[in-house]
Write a protein that binds this ligand. Structure first.
Ligand SMILES: Nc1nc2c(c(=O)[nH]1)N[C@H]1C(S)=C(S)[C@@H](COP(=O)(O)O)O[C@H]1N2
Ligand SMILES: [Mo]
Length: 369
């Protein structure tokens, strides 16, 4: 393989990584995720297809990269190793994310964290490396690092033999796990009283570009029964019903979880039974968001016999505006997507409606964990 062909492979890597970053970031950053909302499902598919293509390129390149780098500068070896390690982390965590229904929640959650972290390492590297190439910026690396001078003894002795490589790899992984671990326990260490039990953090997921902003006074909720009789409830009415707290783990179907969240609100059983008696067993319930777009549906059994709630407080504080203030649905046995935010309308129906993510994606209608 000659220099020209190597340069060519290098360019393909650059293009593929940029495409992965662009699609990945559009899925990750709230702003872009909502902007490209209708594209979410195709974006995931495109991201995965590019990744599969990348596996091929990687397999093809690795052999040549090693041969090429054999007698080259440490920096070249470093770059090659960095990419092999990051690529493996992306690949493994990506596969686990894809098959997340098959792996335990903690594996899924850590894969998301590793996928993110490896990306946050790649981005500065790509910028650095890319700018260097494009604008011929000379980064003042030490000469030995560039291979222009003999490598200093103390480094030379530490030759990149197989054992050293495994060692650095393990060290690198240890760093990552340490990072992940710190991230994980930091909510406990930083202990605002109300968050002492919580581990992990919420990623705000909104399918709309904007979300409704209510005050306690101007929010209200309607419940429509089968025969169209309507009940209208305000915050004051809600306050009159019994409130309960549960501590639970919140799981999004895309992989992230928040553990030990304290949820405070009203059991739907209590609410519905206050206004309706003897609801038929084949009643269904559609819960609508005030954003005008999001909704999801349940069987009456799921709302009455399982502990579904309307929640108003998270960890002792009112919901954040972005997290559904003042009211969102919560079902302890179901994925986060069933947790409709800014609930303003509950409709009892005789047949089951499809929800937002069943219409716009392929999420399961029941969404059990
Ligand atoms: N109105 C509305 N509710 C919603 C969503 C949404 O996009 N709009 N996303 C759902 C999904 S997929 C998840 S995982 C959770 C995320 O909750 P959070 O934004 O508070 O982290 O909200 C759910 N409820
Ligand atoms: Mo979700």
């Amino acid at each position: 393989m000659n220099r020209k062909q190597l340069a060519w492979i290098h360019h393909i890597h650059a293009i593929v990584i940029i495409l992965l970053l662009l699609t990945g970031i559009s899925l990750y950053v709230s702003f872009f995720r909502t902007l490209f909302n209708e594209w979410k499902i195709p974006l995931v598919a495109i991201h995965i297809l590019i990744a599969i293509f990348y596996i091929g390129i990687m397999l093809f390149s690795v052999y040549y990269a090693f041969r090429y780098s054999e007698k080259r500068a440490p920096i070249k070896k470093f770059n090659i190793w960095l990419f092999i390690i990051l690529f493996s982390m992306w690949l493994i965590s990506g596969i686990l994310m894809y098959f997340q229904q098959l792996v335990p929640v903690w594996v899924r959650n850590n894969s998301v964290i590793i996928h993110d972290w490896s990306t946050w390492i790649v981005i500065p590297w790509v910028l650095f490396h890319g700018f260097g190439h494009l604008f011929k910026v000379r980064i003042p690396w030490p000469n030995w690092w560039r291979g222009r001078k003999q490598v200093p003894d103390w480094i030379a002795e530490n030759k990149l033999d197989r054992r050293e490589v495994t060692k650095s790899l393990l060290l690198f992984l240890a760093f990552l796990f340490l990072g992940g671990f710190i991230r994980w326990v930091s909510p406990i260490l930083s202990t605002p009283e109300n968050e002492e039990k919580r581990r992990g953090y919420f990623r705000i997921y909104n399918v709309t570009n904007d979300y409704p902003r209510y005050e306690n006074e101007d929010w209200k909720m309607t419940i429509e029964s089968l025969n169209q009789v309507m009940v209208e409830l305000t915050m004051k009415d809600m306050r009159k019903l019994p409130w309960h707290s549960i501590v639970d783990n919140f799981h999004c179907v895309t992989g992230w979880s928040v553990r030990g969240v304290e949820l405070h609100g009203i059991y739907l059983k209590g609410l519905l039974e206050t206004y309706y008696t003897n609801l038929p067993k084949d009643t269904y319930v559609t819960v609508y968001s005030g954003d005008g777009i999001y909704y999801d549906s349940f069987t009456i059994f799921q709302l009455l016999d399982e502990e579904a709630m309307l929640i108003f407080e998270l960890d002792g504080l009112p919901l954040k505006k972005s997290q559904g203030f003042p009211c969102r649905l919560y079902h302890p046995n179901m994925y986060g997507y069933k947790s409709v935010k800014w609930v303003t309308r509950i409709q009892l129906t005789a047949s089951r409606e499809q929800g937002y993510w069943q219409t716009n994606g392929d999420y399961d209608l029941d969404g059990y964990l």
